[in-house]
Write a protein that binds this ligand. Structure first.
Ligand code: PMP
Length: 313
């Protein structure tokens, strides 16, 4: 199963222009090193059928994180959050989307390999905004069987997980491949102290004794926007107490409920960890309540949190 679709957009945004997707090429000489410090975002826009409106979810927050990553890789970057948001809306309109869309902005340093190897701050950059349609899978039967990975999660002084750059994703890729060849759907990574962090591409939360518990943002995780959304929904919509605290590995084995959360995965229940069932091995009631509330909020069916939804049309 992939969380991405095979469909390709008509237009892509590149350095200020909306151009045909096929024309957005880069010279092979620069690809490897340009992508080492390449920074990206993953954003979703959800179609509301009744209102015939496309809502981009937490657009400003995603671009705030994008600029934070760009600062940490020391790129000089000319655009503001407001400009990035307006480029994105222009592109969504050019592509005439009237369905759910994934949005992938990314930035890398321009140049040929010998220049890129110098690692000089402030060199010119390319900004691309790509998009593709996706279908949100909210199959209530779909659950994941996961393992605790033998790979250690990268840490702040090695490759900072807070920085959303392409290089970081090799860590999760190694763990995901190990999980798959061992017959699991997905891995959970521990940090260098053996504490729970997240999965490749998604954060993690568990339920114990009616409380929602998730690792703090200093536990080698990405500062996830879905994590923030889920914490707010749990506390403010569902009245569920939330704790942000370090999680031990063995707590995964005795949790009542466990789920991944992220823009791509949305809310994805975990049915077993290292072959030990989580709860009764089915999607738990709190996970289900959060999942339903999340779906209604991102689409604007539930009208609360209007500041999270930017209308396209
Ligand atoms: N952790 C990692 C490593 C991720 O790649 C993602 C997806 N962007 C997340 C967590 C979830 O972050 P968000 O909720 O902002 O999509």
């Amino acid at each position: 199963m992939s969380i991405y679709s095979d469909e390709i957009a008509k237009y892509i945004w590149r350095n200020g222009e909306i151009i045909p997707w096929e024309k957005a090429t880069v010279h092979v000489n620069s690809v490897g090193h340009a992508s080492v410090a390449g920074v990206f975002e993953g954003i979703k826009a959800y179609w509301n059928d009744e209102e015939e409106q496309l809502y981009v979810f937490r657009l400003v927050d995603h671009y705030r994180r994008f600029l934070a990553s760009i600062k940490m890789v020391r790129f000089s970057f000319p655009y503001s959050i407001e400009e990035l948001a307006s480029f994105t809306l222009d592109l969504l309109r050019a592509n005439e989307y009237r369905r759910d869309v994934y949005i992938r902005p990314y930035i890398f340093q321009k140049g040929i390999v010998r220049e890129l190897l110098q690692a000089e701050p402030g060199k010119p950059v390319e900004l691309i905004i790509d998009t593709w349609p996706f279908t949100s899978y909210q199959d209530p039967e779909r659950v994941l069987h996961v393992c605790v990975s033998s790979w250690t999660r990268i840490s702040d002084n090695v490759l900072p997980p807070r920085l959303k750059c392409f290089s970081n994703y090799h860590n999760g890729r190694l763990a995901a491949m190990e999980a798959k060849v061992s017959g699991y759907d997905w891995p959970i990574l521990l940090d260098d102290r053996g504490k729970v962090t997240e999965g490749p591409g998604a954060c993690l939360a568990m339920v114990r004794d009616g409380k929602l518990i998730t690792p703090p943002i200093t536990s080698s995780i990405l500062e996830s926007i879905t994590r923030d959304t889920v914490i707010r929904i749990a506390r403010e919509v569902l009245n569920i107490p939330v704790e942000e605290r370090i999680i031990d590995r063995t707590e995964l084995y005795i949790a009542d409920e466990l789920f991944f959360l992220g823009t791509g995965w949305e809310i994805m229940p975990v049915a077993s960890v290292d072959r030990l069932p989580v709860g009764n091995g089915k999607t738990g009631p709190i996970t289900q309540a959060i999942r339903e509330a999340y779906q209604r909020i991102v689409r604007g069916i539930d009208k609360r949190y209007p500041e999270w939804r930017t209308p396209v049309w």
